[in-house]
Write a protein that binds this ligand. Structure first.
Ligand SMILES: Nc1ncnc2c1ncn2[C@@H]1O[C@H](COP(=O)(O)OP(=O)(O)OP(=O)(O)O)[C@@H](O)[C@H]1O
Ligand SMILES: [Mg+2]
Length: 361
């Protein structure tokens, strides 16, 4: 997974500013999207997965049917915003089926030869997982069409009049794709996935349950109200909940004899500036740039990205989905517009002659 929040420096910082730095006080280098803890806490079986009831139910039926028929599972595509469990589902499936598992990331598959070894290594019924599948180059995508549909690959040998194509049969395998951008998949690729499953944001009780279970895994004592507080600030995303839990555990170990009480959780989360709806520093920067630089919008995501020194992809994948969900942002054909609810949340009032709708100021 190559994708991570990429922040190339903050426009607030003046590189020539020689004034003494503040002591390492409340400012903490904390990334709620950090993927480094994912594997440690990843559920291993379907029964360990919390929430996503519809996806889990459909998967149970698909797995049950495949096992009863003793046939490979049909190809599966998972789509949804980052950190919601696509990779988790993909890794659980082969464990449930008891089959081999290979994992590849689309950005690393630059030519058909890169994907060929995965296809020829795939045993009958095994799972080949391609992450970020929307980033497959067209040549590789076309190469895998016959592999997915007819379980064969067409390999071209030689050039000019000596050129010939050989068909190589493959074992029947299951392709699992994951994408944060299902809209970017071409129709032929999307249609080759018989099962398409959408993972959505989690509600607070499910996230609180994830926090409770994971604190048991981490052997850390946590009050139920503290789990609920972490869940509330995790913006519907288990990865964020896990990372906030790690931070609260560090804070509790350092300042509160290792027990995460309600008060400890609140103080820990305030220190990293994750507010009560879950906005972090980067979200607030996005909104403030939209308000201050673009007068509230409409503004294109590329332009906002340039102002923030942050790739537009990162904004679209990791910041905007949540802001849209909580009603702090509108996406219109003319660009992004900040909403009155966002202004109220940030404590900003629009000048009375320029009301808080459309272009603000
Ligand atoms: N349903 C769930 N129950 C419990 N924990 C979960 C669940 N879904 C995700 N998690 C936790 O969140 C972490 C991140 O999930 P995962 O890596 O599957 O997200 P993803 O959708 O693949 O994200 P990305 O798009 O960034 O690759 C996992 O390591 C796991 O600990
Ligand atoms: Mg993933």
């Amino acid at each position: 997974m190559a994708r991570q929040r990429i922040i190339n420096g903050s426009p607030d910082e003046d590189p020539d500013d020689e004034s003494p730095r503040p002591p390492l006080g409340p400012k903490v280098d904390f990334r709620p999207d950090d993927e480094k803890h994912d594997d440690e806490l990843r559920p291993q079986r379907l029964e360990d997965i919390v929430g996503q009831r519809k996806v889990v139910e459909r998967l149970r039926i698909m797995l049950d049917a495949a096992k009863k028929r003793q046939e490979p599972l049909g190809h599966v595509l998972f789509d949804g915003p980052p950190g919601l469990g696509k990779t988790t589902f993909a890794t659980v499936i082969p464990k449930e089926l008891g089959t081999d598992f290979q994992i590849a990331s689309a950005p690393a598959l630059t030519a058909p030869k890169d994907v060929l070894s995965y296809l020829t290594n795939a045993s009958y019924g095994s799972v080949l997982f391609i992450d970020e599948i929307h980033r497959l180059p067209p040549a590789v995508e076309e190469f895998i069409y016959p592999a997915m549909e007819d379980f064969r690959v067409d390999i071209s040998l030689g050039e000019g009049i000596n050129a010939r194509t050989i068909n190589m049969p493959l074992k029947r395998f299951t392709m699992i794709g994951a994408t944060t951008r299902s809209g970017m998949l071409t129709a032929p690729l999307r249609d080759r996935f018989v099962n398409r499953l959408h993972v959505d944001f989690y509600d607070e009780p499910d996230l609180a349950e994830i926090v409770q279970r994971n604190s048991r895994k981490l052997r850390t004592e946590i009050e139920p109200s503290a789990s609920a507080e972490i869940a509330r600030r995790s913006r519907g995303t288990p990865r964020k909940a896990n990372n906030l839990l790690y931070w609260c555990r560090d804070y509790a170990d350092s300042k509160a004899q290792g027990r995460i009480t309600d008060d400890v959780a609140r103080r820990a989360l305030e220190m990293i500036e994750v507010d009560h709806v879950g906005l972090d520093e980067l979200d607030r920067r996005y909104l403030m740039i939209l308000i201050n630089v673009f007068c509230g919008g409409p503004a294109g995501v590329q332009a906002i990205g340039h102002s923030m020194n942050c790739p537009a992809d990162t904004l679209e994948d990791e910041i905007e989905p949540f802001l849209l969900r909580v009603g702090f942002l509108q996406r219109t054909p003319r660009g992004r517009i900040v909403t009155a609810a966002a202004l109220a949340h940030l404590g900003i009032t629009a000048p009375p002659d320029k009301p808080a709708q459309g272009s603000l100021f």
